[in-house]
Structure formats: C-alpha cells, structure tokens
Write a protein that binds this ligand. Sequence first.
Ligand SMILES: Cc1cc2nc3c(=O)[nH]c(=O)nc-3n(C[C@H](O)[C@H](O)[C@H](O)COP(=O)(O)O)c2cc1C
Length: 727
Amino acid sequence: MLRQLHSLPGLLAAIFVLLISVTGALLSFNPVLERATTSVPASGQISVAEFVSQLAKHYSEVEQVTRTPTGSLIVYYMQDGQVRVDQVDHYTGQAIIPYEPPAYSRWVKNLHRSLLLDTYGRALVGITALTLLLLAISGVMLLVTRLGGWRQLFRPVNGTLIQRLHTEFGRLALLGLLVSSLTGIYLSATTFNLIAEGLEAEPELMQQVVTGPAAPIETLTVLKSTDLSNLKELVYPYPNDPKGTYSLTTKQGAGYLNQTSGEWLSYQPHNVTYLLYEFIYMLHTGEGLWWFGLALGIFALAAPLLAITGVLIWWQKFRAKPRLIANSKANTAVSIILVGSENNTTWGFAKTLHNNLVKAGQSVHTAPMNQLTNQYVNAKYLFILTATYGDGDAPTSAKKFLAKLEKTSKKPSFSTSILGFGDRQFPQFCGFAKQVAAAINTKGWPELLPLETINKQSSQEFARWGNALSKKLGTQLQLNHSSVQPKTTTLVLDKKTTHGIEVQAPTAVLAFKALKNNLPYFEVGDLVGILPPNNQAPRLYSLASASKDGILEICVRQHLNGLCSNFLHQLPLGGSIKAFIQPNPKFRPVSGKTPIILIGAGTGIGPLVGFIRHNQKHRPMYLYWGGRSLNSDFLYQSELHKYLADKRLTELNAVFSRDQEQAYVQDKLSLDATKLGELIKQDAQVLVCGGRNMANSIMAAFDKILIPLNTDVAILKTQGRYREDVY
Ligand SMILES: Cc1cc2nc3c(=O)[nH]c(=O)nc-3n(C[C@H](O)[C@H](O)[C@H](O)COP(=O)(O)O)c2cc1C
C-alpha cells in the first residue's frame, strides 16, 4: 500500500516535479545574483529621510521607492510624461541601471508558478507541490519500514545502483523537499484564497485628511526615524496637492504620513497572518534569505534525479515481473505456487518452477501469497516461495498471508513445500519462510518436502531443491534458474599467483583488466558474477579491489569438481571471462574513525585486504586470518607486511592449522578476548569473510567475548557493527 502510494503519484507527477524543481532551482539563484550586485548598508547606518534627500538630487518627480526583499532600491519616476524605473544606489541615490528583470527570469518564474497556463497552471503547480509532499512522506515511511525503524533511517541500503541512488538523493534532500513542498502548498492556497495572506485584514489606513503645504521630504519626522533597512515601500503624494499624504510601508507596519508635519496620520502594525505569509514567502523564494533559498534550490535539484531514478526503478520492476504462460485458475490447478516477493527476483524462480510443472503436464496456478484462498479444490501440491525483509518480516506480496491462513479451517487436499529466499547476512535468515512453515505446521497441513532455504538467490541451491522435488513427484524437473541475467563485461586475465598447492588448497589471486579499459563500477567487498563457459549459472566471488584501482581482483580456491574454479585456475594470462557486478553495500567498513576488526580464512582474505589497501586515512584496522601453512598459502603475505609498515594495518594476526601451532582463527580470537572486548567498547565494527562453517565458529567465539559487555553478535548485527560475507 505504502509502495503504491509512493510509486503511482510519483509516476503521474514525475514530469511536473521535474519542471517545477528545475525552475525552482534556477530561480533560487536570483536572490544570490541580486545580492552579489547590490551593496546594502547595515541597519542603523542610513535613514529613509537621508536616502530620499539624496534621491531628490537626481530625480525631480519621484512617484515611489520600493525596496526588494534582497535589499535593492527601485525608484519609479516621471520623465517626459512617462513612468520610468531605475535601480539606485543606497548612499548617493544615483541611478545604477534601468530596472527591468531579465525576460528569461520572468519566463522561468511564470513557468514555475503557472506552467505558463494561468489559473489551470497554478492549480496544477499546487497539486504538484502536494504530490511532492506525499512522495517525501511516503518515501520516508517506506524507508523506515524497510530498514526496520526510525533509528535505522541512515543505515546503508541494499539494492541496485539506481535503487541506492534514489535512496541517497532522497535522504540528502528530504528536509529541503519538505520545506519547498509545504511552503509551495501554502502559497498556492493563498493564490486560490483558501488561506488568507493577511493583507485583506489591514484596516482602512486613511483616517483623516489634513491639508497644508508639503515640508521638504528630508525633514519628515517619521522618515527620519525609519531605518532604510526597514523600508518596504514609500509612495509620494501628487506634486502640489495640498491634501496629499505619503504612504509608507515598513517591515513592521504601514500607514499614511502628514506631508506637512511628517507625523503618522494613521499607522497599523502588520498582523500575524501577514507576517506568517511574508515568512513563508521568504522561505520558499529565498528573497531576503538568499543562502537559505540557494540551499533549497540545490536540494530541489535532487527532485529531478529522484523522479528519473524513481521512474527507472518502476520500469525495472515492471520488466522484471514475469509473464506467466498457461496460468490456470485457482479452482482447477493441480499445483499451486504462491509467491512472497518485494523486488521480484523470487517471481523469476517461481516462473521457472511454473514452466517446469506445466511442461510436465500439470495445470498450475501461480499467484502472490496475499491471494491465498480456500478454492484450491483440485490441488495436490502447494508450493510457497517467499523472500524475507526487515527483521524477519513478510515481503509486500505476502503481508496478508498469515492472517488469511489463520482464518482457513478446511483440511486441505494438498501437501505443501516451502522454499525460503534470503540472505545469511541478516540475523533472521529466511525468518518469514520459517514463520510460514511453523504456521502451516500448526495447522497440521501435510508436508511434501521440509522447509528449504536459498541464500542470495543461489541457482545451485535452487537446482538442488528441484532435484529433491523431482524425486518426490516422480517427474524430472530441470530447475535451471538464475536471477535475471545482468549485462556482462568481457575481462582478460592480467596477473595470477597461485598458493597452497603443497597443502592441498590451491588458491589463486587473479587480477583482470577490461578489454577497452572500461571496467564497470565496483567497490571492494562487492561481488563479481562469473559465467563459466557453456553454463548460464554465475558463480559469485568477493572483490579484493575497487574499479578505481584499474583491476578486478579475486581470490579463488580450486575445488575438485568446481566448474568455475577449475576454469579460472586453468585460465592462461590473456584469457577472457564474462562477468557482471553485484553490489554488496552492506559489507563495507562504516564511515568514521572507529576501529575495524577484519576476520577471515582462506580466500576470505580478498575483500579484507582490499579494505586495508584503501585505508589511506590509517584508521585502526586489526586483521585476524587463518590459513593452512605459512610457507604455502599465506596469501598477500608481503603486501600485508608493507601495510603494517605504512600504518594502513594496525595488527596482523595470521594463524595456520597445519603448522606446528595447529590453530584456527577463532582460537586466536578467544586468546585476544580482552583486547577485542576493548575494541568493541570503542564502537569497533567486525567484518567477517569466508565459509559458513568458519563464520559460525567466529560467531560462537565472539558471543563469548561479548558476554562481559552484556551484548552479543545478534545485537551487533542489528546495529550494523557485525557484518558477514559468507559462502
Ligand atoms: C532491505 C532488505 C532486507 C532484507 N532482510 C532480510 C532478512 O531479514 N532475512 C533474510 O534472510 N533476507 C533478507 N533480505 C534478503 C532478501 O530476502 C533476498 O534478497 C530475496 O532473495 C529477495 O527476494 P525478492 O527480490 O523477491 O524480494 C533482505 C533484503 C533487503 C533488500
């Protein structure tokens, strides 16, 4: 619901948001330019009387003096029977230039205020401001829900580059967009008289008419006591009119002056509504508060970027949604597939299952989990494929599932199989799939296969589940699916060093270059997907370099039957691979100066060494790493010693399981418990990279280390201070 609320108005209003924000940003430069070309005296320096006396030396028939919000003084005067307008100097009253705002500026202003469409345009602009407000609020709510609370609002976000850009622009410009949209709505409402401006509340100022000859203007008492910085407007009486009065408006109020005595004939301070209007006008335009207006203008530039990235995200999602062929009705299908998904990748897996079952001759009904009904009268199998979000929460298309399940009472004719999609880096790995499995178990629904989980959309794990399912159904299914194949780049092997052959752990450090120096963008800790020849299932490797290093570097351990690892180990220098980048923004050191504890084993050293390499600011970094033998598989040995010497690395703790010490990395952690506890007290972040078993042992060791601190790994994980990249 929140998502629809965010994306629908966003799509409809994108073009208007684009127009209004770009013109708003352009206009925000006007007060800055005006300010730069005008020297404004400080308050208390010069009175209105002093100024008008100077003015009288250059202009004989002044009609009116107006001070713009930025401080420029504009004089309207008669010359040769025509009204002319000049911008004049504050001190001398001399003309600076004829005053005429540039035509383009007026055009931009009109476009911003009314899209050049008068009343209808003004209404459209008002609606756009309202939409912008709705988008800002629903966007924040969406982010808060996805990140698991207000306190997490500034946590790094996952997703594609476009999704991350959309979030970052949004977070950056949020306050500015809220101010621009709220003040814009207010100004629109005053245009359509839905809110009072306050001017109409001013009483009739002319209370009495006094006649008498006009005294020299510089002698008028009120003008002498009014500071020029407070002047808004001074309208002169007609020349030689004995009943004439000056009309004076200042920042504080307005009234009429006796032209003989210079005293107030009447005076009315501005009311609160008017002052509020002026304040909001100033906030919106920056006129009178140029730096604020400029900041708003710059933030407004985020709006087109948000509109463009927002439309791209919508388009990506639209395209990613699989079109299902032969999707039978719920009440006729033999197999029911229910899908819980937020970002659509689970739909891709569901489509592969759907197509395979259809090919095997079954009638299949595939739908979102929210559409659970009790109409599956013909069904023999119910498959539930679901992702997990937040802290073990349901994805959007499954939010209503548990409540609907609770209400179903009939014993079903089908047996169920649940497949959870998740990411082991989250404390609640496949938490929602587990909840669903528990709820179905409580209902007593028969089980076809026990709950299975898929980490990081692994196509291998999915194919394995497919094999188990094939056996159960007695039908051979080919569940070959990988998430939507990203565009690949061809890379050539530039350098290769191999270690660990003597200890039966052949491990290669491979550095690739792009064919035409066009490496895609990536950072240390992101993942590279590599497609082995004649195979569509990519293997993911953690990156030890960033694209700015000019190389793509990975560490690969050769596995006996590993299709991709054997291919990479046998690849000659100059040999090419096809690869794509999968961002992994969570697995990075948090910004700041707090210590970083890097822990890994075997090839897990890859991204850890990359973080150290890029530690130009010498923040404290402690490395714990486990290998087999110092003389055989100590990857990056000389490089790490170089980093120790130049202070990019604070401490190097390497342990070896097949040397005399026979130690694993978790043993070293336990030995260093006191020191590590101290580092955690200093807000250190822990980054772990390596195999799942090693990561579990590290977690167990750390839980013990954290006992005296009254915390544990699960808590550190929720704070983003314990992150894993495991495989
Ligand atoms: C913001 C966010 C929160 C996530 N939370 C969890 C989680 O708590 N547990 C988990 O196992 N996976 C979590 N994941 C991983 C997704 O469940 C996983 O990537 C899944 O394959 C996405 O499927 P979908 O594209 O169909 O939504 C999260 C992903 C994101 C982007």
